[in-house]
Design a protein around this ligand. Sequence first.
Ligand code: AHR
Length: 507
Amino acid sequence: ESESSSITIHPSHKIAKVNDNIYGGFTEHMGRCIYGGIYEPGNPLSDENGFRKDVVEAFKDLNVPVVRYPGGNFVATYHWLDGVGPKEQRPSRPELAWIGTESNEFGTDEFMKWCEVVDTEPYLCLNFGTGTLDEALGWLEYCNSERNTYYANLRRKNGREKPYNVKYWALGNECWGPWQVEQMTKEDYAKKAYRWAKALKLLDPSIILILCGETGYSSWDYYVLNQCVKWDVHGLAGDNTKSLIDMHSIHIYTADKEHLPNATAPRAAERAIQMASALIDLARIENKVPETVPRPTICFDEWNVWDPVRAPGELGAEEKYTLSDALAVAIFLNGFIRQAKDMGMANIAQSVNVISPLMTTKEGLIKQTIWWPLLLFSKYMRGHTIALNVRAPEYTGRTNPNWVRGTIETPYLDCSAVLGDDGFVNLAVTNVSEDQDFEVSLEGLKAEKVEVYTVSGDDVQVVNTEKEQKVGIKESSWDGKGKFKFGKHSFVLLRWKDGSAEAKKTV
Ligand code: AHR
C-alpha cells in the first residue's frame, strides 16, 4: 500500500494568495474567555490594564492578525453603550445567551486597548437580536469617526482622541439559530441585513461587512446571498468598484467520540467553502453584478472541534483537546489553505478558555494539543497556496458528521502546501491513520536539508495538562533522500529552503 504513496509538489503553480486573516481569533463574553482569560485584574500575571501577560504573549507568538468580539451568541442582547465610560457607572445586566450576569467592566475601549497591546485588528459583531440600527450606527461612529459628532465626542471624552478605525463588522451572529432571542427567518434577516449594510456603509464606506451565513450551503445561505450580494442599487452612488457585502460567514464545529470520523470530519468544512463559493457566484450572476465589483470572500468566523456533551465546564465549553482533535484542527487548516482563493478570514472558536487552544489557570497557561498545529500553520503556512498531487490510500469508514449527506473522499494523508514570501516551500501533512505509517516519495523539489516539525503523541487520546505536555512540536531534519516516513497519527510540516529557485526553474 505504502509503496504507491506519493506527494508531488508544484512550486511554480501558485493557486492563490493565502490571506493571513485565516489565522484569526475569537473572544466572546462567554465562560472564562474574557473575565479570567484575557482580562484578570489583580492577578500578578496581569499588567496595569488587567490583561493577562501570558495570554498576550501567546497571541503574539501565534501572530494572530484579527480577533472577533464580543460574540457569538452573547452579542444578541449586548448594548455596547453599557460597556464604555467610567467603570463604576457601568450597569450590570442579565446576559441571556449563557444565562449569566455581564458586569460590563470590559467593553469596547478595553478591547481596543487589548488589540493594540497584542498587535491585532479588531473585528466587531453587531447585535441583531435586541439591538437597533441606531445603536449600530452609534457604535460605528464611536469607533471610526473623526467628526465633531456625539458618539465620536463620547469616545474623546472617554480618553481616546483618534478613531480606532475598526475595519471588520459582522451583520449579526447565527441569526438563524433557535437559541437566539430573536431567531430570524431568512427573509427577515436578508431585509434587515440589506438595510443595515446600506446605512453602515453610508456612514463609513471603508468598512468590510460580513453577512451572517449558516453552514455555507443551506437555503439560508443561498437566500441571504441572493438578496444582499448587490451593487449600485444600495446607494453607493454607481460605484462599480464597491460591494455592499464583502464576506459571507460560515460556522462549523465538528466532533466525534471516535478518532477517524473526528479527525476527518473537517473535510466537510472544505466542502462547505466550495459550496458557499458557488452560491456567491450564483448570486452575482442572478443579480447581474459587474465583474468590476469585488467578489465577496468567505469568513469562516467560527470553526473548531467542539462536543458540548464531553466538554467540562459550566457551559460544556472547556474542552480538553486530544491528539485526535489536534489532527482535526490541522485538517481544517489544510482545507483553508487549499481553498485560499475564497478565504477572506477564519477565526478559531475560541481563543482562550472556551473551546480553545489556550487555557488559563490562576498560576499559568496550558497549551492544549490543538495549539501546536495551529502555531506551525500560523508561522509557516503563509504566502501562496501551490498545487499538489497526492496519492495515498483512502480511509473508507464513516467520515462525516451526521449533518453532511454522502461521504467525502478521505485520503489517510491530508495535505496542503505553500510557497512562502521568504522562498521556502512548506508542506503540511496530516496522517490520520491510527496504526499505519506511510513511506512516501516526495517529488517536485530537490533538497539538501529539509526542516521537519512533528506533532504527535503516544496515542490519539492523549491530552496536555498543567503537569504534563504530552503533545508538542519535535524538530528534526531530513536529507531529502529516499522516501519520507509519515508516522501514524501525526501532523508533519516540512520546509524546503530553495523553493522559489525550484519554482523559477520549473516555470
Ligand atoms: O463559540 C461558541 C458559540 O457557538 C458562539 O457563541 C455561537 O456563535 C456558536 O453557536
